[in-house]
Design a protein around this ligand. Sequence first.
Ligand SMILES: Cc1cc2nc3c(=O)[nH]c(=O)nc-3n(C[C@H](O)[C@H](O)[C@H](O)COP(=O)(O)O)c2cc1C
Length: 303
Amino acid sequence: MSVVKTIDPTAIPQPDLHGYLLTAVAPRPICFASTIDSDGNVNLSPFSFFNVFSSNPPIMIFSPARSGRDNSLKHSHQNVKEVPEVVINIVDFPMVEQMSLSSTAYEKGVNEFIKSGLTEVPSKKVRPPRVAEAPVSFECTVTEIIELADTPGAGNLIFAKVEFIHINSAFLDGAGKLDPKKMDLVGRMGGSWYTRASGDSLFEIPKPIRTKGIGVDRLPEGIRNSEVLTGNNLGRLGNMEQLPTNGEVEEISKDDEIRMLSKKLKNNPEKLKKELHWVAQQVLNENNTAKALAILMYAEQLS
Ligand SMILES: Cc1cc2nc3c(=O)[nH]c(=O)nc-3n(C[C@H](O)[C@H](O)[C@H](O)COP(=O)(O)O)c2cc1C
């Protein structure tokens, strides 16, 4: 068993707490917020305390915190209090360095579009411009602001209702839907770390939304306590709607590979069972969950 460190957040210095929270709650999407003050000065700043919270109504929330150093309010926060509008631009890998540059603490009134070299495009409904380079931009009106406290580091929740969506068509698939494989999005980790959602880091899990999986608890003990199968393997198996029938298990015993293995190890049932678990794991990795479960149930019958 690994040793667990338990922390009382009130008993550690604020910067340490900040570090634990931001390194653990990761990766976080990045809201690249374009705002404007009442004099018309444009601001562009990134915020990773951000997510979408509702699609009907379409609401996103981001949180410019009070400065940990001098407790001041971020310019983006001040701006949305003056002009309750924001364009939330999504950040991808080709613009990540310019996004980072725009997080510099420039004086109020400095336009970070100009500082970062990114391109302003006028919005349709709101006054702040959008970022031309962003794969997706959301024109939003600010419906509510919740200021959590007046202490350094306190968050301020900016509720943004989506009014228009702009999508670079290079990121659409044939059906007009956004394609995550084309997007190359980035996420913020703790400290100065980022992550990139592309290539091998993207993977699919069949969603158990319409079907009701039997659950890991319904798998026989010999499968649950396997020395071979991982937690991910068990999660995938528990997604099956039912255990295989006796007929299906009988059928799998006639499979060439299973038959040969059973013959080879007929005098060593423990080894055979373990080998069958390895085979089932390989079959699971090929996304054939029903066959894997049938192999595992066959292995159960041997003991
Ligand atoms: C990727 C990234 C994410 C950030 N997320 C936040 C955040 O969620 N909240 C925050 O207060 N500051 C965050 N910052 C720091 C702000 O971007 C920085 O304080 C910026 O200067 C604020 O600009 P403003 O005062 O013009 O609004 C982040 C910086 C980067 C690079």
